[in-house]
Design a binder for this molecule. Structure first.
Ligand SMILES: [Zn+2]
Length: 260
């Protein structure tokens, strides 16, 4: 006990010092200033990394040069195939059969349930005959059909004659009709994206889900396979039947009708 009391006696002045308001004030000031110091240090570190990052971003932006890419019009179009899972192999490179599949489709191709039923049977036919083909078009939306008109106009270097066409929708009849007539006058085969009451306009069978386009190594052979398939047992239990095979520039187009 004696030792303890001595110890307390020794520390009494120090304890008194610690308890004194001046010491406590000093301690508080030290704490505050070291805190401020730490904050400044962290802050300066953050500013350094931030400005470095900002510089990196600026460098990246500078390297990206060239014409502005407008993706606004394509968004809706791109969104369709992503939701769709019809089980058909999708090509990695457009037009090239996917992973040696007898029948695959380009990524943007949309098919109705009845079209899927038909092409799956055609796929079985192709497998049995060790042949390959790729579907390049199935059901088209009016927007998709109008996109084809926009493409053809651009290909013919006439885009500046139809300044409103690029942003036009199928309901902008006047805008696309003049472009469509311009193409027809030059014998460019393309269907209209919509019917116009009172006018003799042929809309695409693709719009009705009653046409499919295919390609293969040889289009002549492909049209032969389709004709043979349509007469075969493979095509007996499908909901759609082939009623026409048309050789178009760059593809074989088939017209379909409900099976009787
Ligand atoms: Zn077609």
């Amino acid at each position: 006990m004696g030792k303890w009391n001595e110890t307390v006696e020794i520390f009494k002045p120090h304890i008194a010092k610690i308890k004194s308001p001046r010491f406590q004030e000093l301690r508080r000031l030290t704490a505050i200033s070291s805190c401020i110091g730490l904050c400044l240090l962290i802050n300066s570190m953050l500013i350094t990394t931030k400005s470095q990052r900002a510089r990196a971003d600026a460098a990246n932006i500078i390297t990206i040069q060239g014409p502005q890419i407008d993706v606004s019009g394509r968004k809706e179009h791109m969104a369709i195939p992503l939701d769709l899972n019809d089980g058909l192999p999708v090509t990695v490179q457009r037009g090239i059969p996917a992973d040696s599949a007898a029948l695959s489709k380009n990524p943007e191709v949309v098919l109705t349930a009845d079209q899927v039923d038909l092409v799956k049977h055609f796929s079985e036919y192709l497998t049995a005959h060790h042949e390959m083909a790729v579907i390049t078009s199935g059901e088209r939306s009016p927007e998709g059909q109008l996109d084809i008109i926009k493409q053809r106009i651009e290909e013919h270097g006439a885009a500046n004659q139809f300044p409103l066409l690029d942003s036009a929708s199928p309901s902008d009849t006047k805008v696309w009709l003049s472009a469509w007539n311009w193409l027809r006058a030059r014998r460019v085969a393309v269907n209209a994206p919509a019917d116009i009451p009172g006018q003799d306009i042929k809309t695409s069978m693709h719009l009705k889900g009653l046409a499919i386009d295919f390609i293969a190594g040889s289009l002549d052979q492909l049209s032969g396979w389709l004709a043979d398939f349509s007469r075969s047992a493979y095509a007996k239990n499908t909901s759609l039947k082939i009623i026409g095979i048309v050789r178009e520039p760059g593809c074989i187009h088939i017209n379909l009708a409900p099976q009787a």
